[in-house]
Design a protein around this ligand. Structure first.
Ligand SMILES: Nc1ncnc2c1ncn2[C@@H]1O[C@H](COP(=O)(O)OP(=O)(O)OP(=O)(O)O)[C@@H](O)[C@H]1O
Length: 485
């Protein structure tokens, strides 16, 4: 008897047939390409054209297919489209794929499953069938090292090839690829692992494990609120920056004594915005040329941090125009860094944040403090009673305690950093013991302060006496008369 279900192919079998066909098409294309390059040297062009048209028609109309290549890098700059495709395809791997690559990122909750080198996967979008293939190759990167010696290293380069029918070219470029980009952003937002790039190049990255958030940070609540609002405004102002013709960039200068939370604040900003961090160590940068290539290879939605800007390198006052660390054109200068950050770097990317930190604001080059250079100057100072309460809540899970009054009073009398208090709070799990230890620590600081104040007073008195000895008789008389008035 005639059976409808057995004569009409199911969606799965149609897809599977298409998959097989598309995979064969890709394979045939590759073979044709290889053959073409071999024969181009042996057979005359006219004959070649005839030959390939004939072979092509045997496997369906391959000339109606087109291919878009998406490489992982565009020159020195990472290609964000490649990363978007990688993220998007992770969730769309066809059942026909034979070889997968599985990675567990340290902080990620889920496994990351990717297609392997040379594998092909399939997708469908508004009636268009699409074939994706991942290619990997190794290239030799050559150049001169710091001392001018020849250096060479192997670098892996990856690219995706996207095959589809030529007639959908506009739809693929205008709708499908933007869709892939949007989807990858949404996926990244859901489970983004924040990366920390550091060292002399950005090839080494680790997942940012820093648990600091705005909730755990002990800082002036008003400043914290203002900063969070500033960051929110910054990320939602894409059209504003475009309209006013400004690069979508924001600069923050964090200053304050060691251990007051400058690095913790950078981590909190990255965790809040889900931005990667590039920790630029100027001492390992060879010169302005090196700096340029490092900066252009940073990604969008990232924070570039230069810690200890006052002392990380002998950078010179731009007005003085003295030489930097290296002589010649390639020397690293503050003006080189600032010009590049203000100019090319910020205009070749979006959503860039730059943070400079220093323990000594007064030592900074005036070029850095000029209005408009760093949008916000944030002072991280010694711990306040409010800051102590945040730390006590984080470290001990404690909202209040009999000893809080005593501790808060001592905190207002001495200069103590959040790092010092944090260290005390971590000494034991026994709350009374820890708080007693903190009181003793603060008490000791108070005594030391009183001692050093007495020392200072004695010094001032000593100086005065010395001055009196040096003063001529007449001046001494004059002063004693004055003091009686
Ligand atoms: N404001 C703060 N809130 C919460 N914890 C803090 C704060 N400041 C410091 N800490 C604690 O102290 C540690 C060291 O602080 P951090 O490295 O952020 O200070 P810093 O100001 O960057 O110091 P430096 O100038 O020496 O680099 C942090 O890991 C954190 O545990």
């Amino acid at each position: 008897m005639f059976s409808l279900s057995s004569s009409i192919p199911s969606t799965a079998s149609v897809l599977s047939a298409y998959t097989t066909f598309a995979a064969s098409a890709v394979l045939v294309r590759t073979v044709l390409h290889e053959v073409q390059s071999m024969t181009s040297r042996l057979i005359p062009q006219q004959l070649q054209d005839k030959l390939f048209t004939k072979i092509g028609s045997l496997f369906g109309n391959l000339s109606s297919q087109m291919c878009i290549t998406i490489s992982d890098h565009n020159g020195l700059t990472p290609n964000e489209m490649f990363e978007a495709c990688e993220t998007y395809l992770r969730g769309n791997i066809s059942p026909s794929v034979h070889r997968l690559k599985v990675v567990k990122e340290p902080k990620a909750e889920k496994l990351s499953v990717n297609i392997n080198d040379g594998e092909t996967t399939f997708d469908a979008f508004e009636g268009i069938h699409l074939v994706w293939r991942l290619n990997c190759s190794e290239t030799q990167k050559t150049g001169a090292d710091y001392d001018g010696y020849f250096s060479s290293e192997r670098v892996e380069r990856r690219s995706f090839e996207l095959f589809f029918n030529k007639k959908y070219k506009d739809k693929v470029l205008g709708s499908y690829l933007p869709y892939v980009l949007e989807r990858s952003k949404a996926i990244n937002g859901e489970n983004k692992v924040i990366k920390l790039y550091s060292g002399g190049n950005w090839y080494v990255d680790v997942n940012l494990q820093h648990p600091s958030t705005f909730d755990t940070l002990a800082m002036d609540p008003e400043v914290k609120k203002e900063l969070m609002q500033d960051l929110d405004r910054f990320v939602r102002r894409r059209t504003f920056y475009k309209r006013v013709g400004k690069a979508w960039k924001r600069g923050y200068l964090l200053y304050g004594p060691p251990g007051t939370g400058k690095s913790s604040l950078v981590a909190a900003m990255a965790n809040y915005l889900k931005f990667h961090i590039y920790d630029l160590e100027l001492s390992s940068v060879r010169g302005n040329n090196d700096l340029r290539s490092l900066l252009v290879s940073t990604k969008n939605r990232s924070i570039l941090v230069v810690e200890g800007i006052d002392c990380s390198i002998e950078m010179q006052n731009r007005e003085a125009g003295q030489s930097g660390r290296r002589s010649g054109e390639n020397q690293l200068t503050l003006s080189g860094l600032l010009n590049f950050i203000d100019g090319l770097w910020s205009s070749c990317g979006d959503e860039r944040i730059v943070v400079f930190t220093t323990n000594y604001k007064e030592r900074l080059d005036p070029a850095l403090l000029r209005p408009g250079r760093m949008d916000m100057h944030i002072h991280l100072s010694y711990c306040s009673p409010g800051g102590f309460r945040i730390l006590a809540s984080n470290y001990l899970g404690l909202k209040d305690h009999d000893r809080f009054g005593e501790i808060e009073e001592l905190i207002t009398e001495v200069e103590v950093t959040a790092a010092e208090i944090a260290e005390e709070l971590m000494k034991s799990e026994e709350i009374d013991f820890v708080l007693a230890g903190l009181v003793a620590f603060l008490g000791k600081k108070k005594k030391e302060k009183a001692k050093s104040n007495i020392g200072k007073e004695d010094e001032v008195k000593g100086n005065k006496k010395e001055e009196d000895v040096k003063l001529p008789r007449r001046s001494r008389r004059k002063r004693s008369r004055k003091s009686r008035i």
